[in-house]
Design a protein around this ligand. Structure first.
Ligand code: AMP
Ligand code: MG
Length: 348
């Protein structure tokens, strides 16, 4: 398949290209588009055939459900059953990096939801995504536009590396702002009333969610490795994810101890290091990949996936990174990094 690459810097002057991409989706084709979180690999979410094409292009197991993308939070109600709590969440966080899992309506095929009776909906906050979705009279099902198992793409270059020849169109809209996938929550209910289950942490933090709904429960798979045979609430959490080829080890400990360990390791073997800016003067300038300042979690989120790809190319024996704290946006960083490291954490 020949993949067409369309670069869009200004939506207003690219109406024709947007309409063309929407026509490809309507005809059952696949279009990669930029969002504020990561790039998405889009197809018509109402079409089982399109959803199957998405799984095939990504090499993704078909029981791992897709997120449907809509232009306005209200539109989601055509495809899912939503109540008052959804509307309050939408008012607070949409458009934005929040995905909500709701009971699906019949129009959404099981091929899109990986066989589940629920569907995940999101309304992205990105001018190109917004323009594209507003041209579509159907929801756009889109997982991250990487090959299954690779880090999510935050630039068109990453997408071209992974999916060239496997999709019809790639829209290059520059770097993704946030750099980590959306927060995913499910609305649940027990005797005490409604509560939220956090299935995947992202830029909408637990503290922010708590402002809208007092009870937020973190699903076990967010922080820990599930036991043999245990099924996560969010099927995607089952898979080894974001995995570099070079073994990644996360270092946990007092900052001075971690730095001393890295210095010692640089003498002993070839290491690629995802370091903090503050550490650069204290390390040898070989295969250093600065993720941002120690406290600058937004920059770390923005650069993480890109640097995992870069560091993997260094061909080092081992890759080191810091184990993040789990406060605020740190929880999302922690969740992605323990997966990338296949839960390899070294206490130093
Ligand atoms: P990605 O599109 O690559 O960011 O992955 C989307 C993730 O959303 C999947 O891996 C699932 O874990 C999660 N997801 C999508 N739909 C549902 C659903 N109906 N219930 C629970 N998790 C879902
Ligand atoms: Mg993904």
């Amino acid at each position: 398949m020949q993949t067409e690459i369309i670069r869009i810097t200004d939506v207003a002057s690219s109406r024709a290209e947007i309409k063309q991409a929407a026509a490809v989706l309507r005809a059952g084709g696949l279009v990669v588009f930029p969002t504020e979180t990561v790039y998405g690999l889009g197809g018509n979410g109402l079409s089982a055939t399109s959803s199957k094409k998405i799984y095939a292009a990504k090499g993704r197991p078909s029981n791992n459900p897709l997120i449907i993308h809509v232009d306005t939070p209200h539109e989601a109600e055509k495809y899912a059953f939503a109540g008052d709590l959804y509307r309050r969440l939408a008012a607070a966080f949409m458009p934005g990096p929040l995905t909500v899992v709701l009971p699906k309506r019949d129009c959404i095929p099981y091929a899109t939801t990986g066989g589940l009776d629920t569907v995940a909906v999101r309304c992205p906050d990105h001018p190109v995504a917004h323009a594209l979705l507003s041209e579509c009279d159907f929801p756009v099902a889109a997982p991250s536009a990487n090959l299954s198992g690779k880090p999510s793409p935050t630039t068109a270059r990453h997408v071209i590396t992974d999916l060239s020849g496997r999709v019809d169109v790639i829209i290059d809209g520059g770097e993704s702002d946030i750099g980590l996938e959306s927060t995913i929550i499910k609305i649940d209910r027990d005797e005490a009333g409604e509560y939220l289950t956090l299935l995947r942490p992202g830029a909408i933090t637990v503290d922010a969610l708590t402002c809208v709904c007092e009870r937020v429960i973190i699903a076990p798979a967010v922080l820990e490795q599930l036991g043999e045979g245990e099924r996560p609430l969010s099927p995607g959490m089952m898979y080894r994810h974001y995995a570099p080829t070079t073994p990644l080890v996360l270092l946990d400990g007092d900052p001075a101890h971690v730095l001393a360990y890295l210095q010692k390791e640089q003498e002993a073997r070839s290491c690629a290091i995802l370091c903090y800016l503050e550490e650069i003067p204290h390390l040898k300038d070989v295969h250093l990949f600065p993720v941002g300042g120690r406290e600058d979690l937004s920059t770390q989120a923005h650069s993480l996936f890109s640097l995992l790809r870069e560091a993997d190319k260094a061909g080092a024996d081992v890759m080191y990174a810091h184990l993040p704290d789990t406060n605020g946006l740190g929880l999302a960083l922690y969740n992605r990094m323990i997966r990338a490291a296949a839960h390899t954490i070294l206490k130093v």
